[in-house]
Design a protein around this ligand. Structure first.
Ligand SMILES: [Fe+2]
Ligand SMILES: [Fe+2]
Length: 482
């Protein structure tokens, strides 16, 4: 039987049993039924190996060196239960009986405080006569350690090449944010912003994307909490330009899409400050303002001068969905426009990867997954496919855990195999920052075994590692600058 399938069944039963033991005695038929199932699952898994280690790494539940993905909510709940009790891993040994599992779950069902009073973690189960299950503070170890220095795995020379443009791209990015700030502030004061300035800014952004798309995409990880709208405008601009470029659109169209994207939320300048901070519970009037911002925006943009229908479509339709829902619905029979749909994807991606008053940011790969799940309703399936191909399932700027145990930052997408991008190693297996950061090519194979040297196991939320991707990039790019 499929090992993963058994593990997921085991996990479901463990979580159900520990909850029911908290409510009923372990001899209660409900709890007893789960205990029998757990013993069966364990027997299956342990027929192929001596022991099974279930543990927590980066707040995720991991077994056999892999995180649980199919049972996310249950796995998170179980991981949290272990973490709250200071348990890094639970090891089930061959021969483990339902009675052992029952003892183990009875202590896990205790509150963290009561559990903490049981004494030394390693002794808790032994004192209850359980030899076949062990608790430990130690988190599970990862697959095989890999030397970084093996020439085949280190992306030779790419190091300097990729990052040489970072300083230049950062300059473009910062200038664009400054320009977005000027344009939106003028509009807020009721003035008509300069179209020439907006066009010049977009031209700079297009150049940046042409010179180094990866670095520009990485810079969209720079989010500003206080000045959200300025960074957001530039991020959506960069994402749309990169998308238009990867779809093979001509340079004029790329600039037109970019201009619309930079200005897409200009209609928000009519909002009162309080509306930005408000996730829900909007009054009818406030909701009407929200729904009107694409129309208001298009009106402001038209006043700025002669702009193309492409630019206007981006502004007008960036909240229209593929299934013709969203807002504003001007003509219920009109198909959502191609350029509007590009903007809608970029807008969503930047919004969900940004920490807002009312939400925690999703890390980039999580955002991609969430968006893929909405293909066919919110997003055009073909466009979302192209978007994922462009950013990869682990987009540039994602922090990832590798099979070698190291943590690294994705610095370059690999369109040929999106699960094997170029990764810059930042933390070693023990979790320490590496003195020398090197980039490794995940397509490289071990010359002896022919196996891949390193594989991404999971994406890690940088916040859990106290790692600020934006600050890191700014540090690499040379100072904080203006
Ligand atoms: Fe918007
Ligand atoms: Fe937006």
């Amino acid at each position: 039987m499929d090992a993963l399938f058994v593990l997921e069944s085991l996990l479901r039963n463990l979580q159900a049993a520990v909850k029911s033991i908290g409510l009923y005695p372990p001899t209660h038929p409900t709890a007893a039924r789960f205990l029998t199932r757990i013993a069966e699952d364990l027997e299956t898994v342990l027929s192929e190996q001596e022991s099974l280690v279930l543990g927590v790494v980066d707040h995720a539940l991991v077994a056999l060196g892999l995180p649980f993905t199919g049972t996310e909510a249950i796995a998170l709940a179980f991981a949290q239960r272990l973490e709250e009790r200071g348990i890094g891993s639970v090891e089930f040994l061959r021969g483990c009986q339902p009675e052992d599992v029952s003892q183990c779950l009875q202590v896990l069902a205790l509150s963290p405080e009561a559990f903490g009073g049981l004494g030394r973690l390693e002794d808790i189960l032994a004192q209850r006569g359980v030899q076949a299950i062990r608790l430990s503070q130690q988190a599970p170890t990862w697959g095989e350690e890999r030397p970084v220095e093996a020439d085949d795995w280190v992306a030779q020379g790419k190091d300097e090449l990729e990052w040489a443009t970072l300083g230049r791209c950062l300059k473009v990015y910062r200038e664009a944010v400054g320009s977005a700030k000027r344009i939106l502030t003028e509009a807020r004061m009721g003035k008509i912003p300069s179209l020439a300035e907006a066009q010049a800014t977009v031209a700079g952004m297009v150049d940046g994307v042409l010179q180094d798309q990866n670095v520009m995409l990485a810079l969209t990880m720079i989010k500003s909490y206080d000045e959200y709208l300025f960074n957001h405008s530039v991020n959506v601009g960069v994402l749309c330009i990169a998308m238009a470029q990867s779809l093979g659109l001509d340079s004029e169209t790329i600039r037109e899409v970019g201009l619309g994207a930079l200005l897409h939320d200009i209609g928000k300048v009519n909002w009162p400050e309080t509306l930005y901070q408000k996730p829900r519970g909007l009054s009818d009037e406030e909701w009407a303002l929200v729904q009107r911002h694409p129309l208001d925006g298009a009106e402001i943009v038209e006043k700025m001068g002669s702009v193309s229908p492409t630019t206007l479509e981006v502004v007008l339709e960036h909240h229209l969905r593929y299934d013709r829902k969203g807002y504003p619905i001007v003509d219920p029979d009109k198909e959502p426009g191609f350029f509007g749909m590009i903007a809608q994807m970029a807008d969503t991606y930047d919004a969900i990867t940004t920490t807002r008053v009312y939400q925690n940011a999703a890390e980039p790969s999580g955002a991609v997954g969430r968006m893929q799940a909405l293909a066919g309703t919110v997003f055009d399936p073909k466009l979302i496919e192209a978007f994922v191909r462009m950013v990869g399932i682990y987009p540039v700027g994602s922090l990832v855990r590798l099979s070698s145990g190291e943590l690294g930052l994705v610095v370059k997408a690999n369109p040929a195999d999106s699960s094997r991008p170029l990764v810059r190693l930042l933390f070693d297996r023990a979790g320490h920052r590496m003195a020398k950061e090197q980039e490794v090519d995940l397509t490289a194979r071990d010359p002896e075994s022919g196996q891949f040297g390193r594989t991404i196991i999971m994406a890690v939320d940088p916040a859990t590692k106290n790692f600020d991707v934006a600050k890191y990039l700014e540090g690499l790019g040379g100072g904080t600058g203006a």
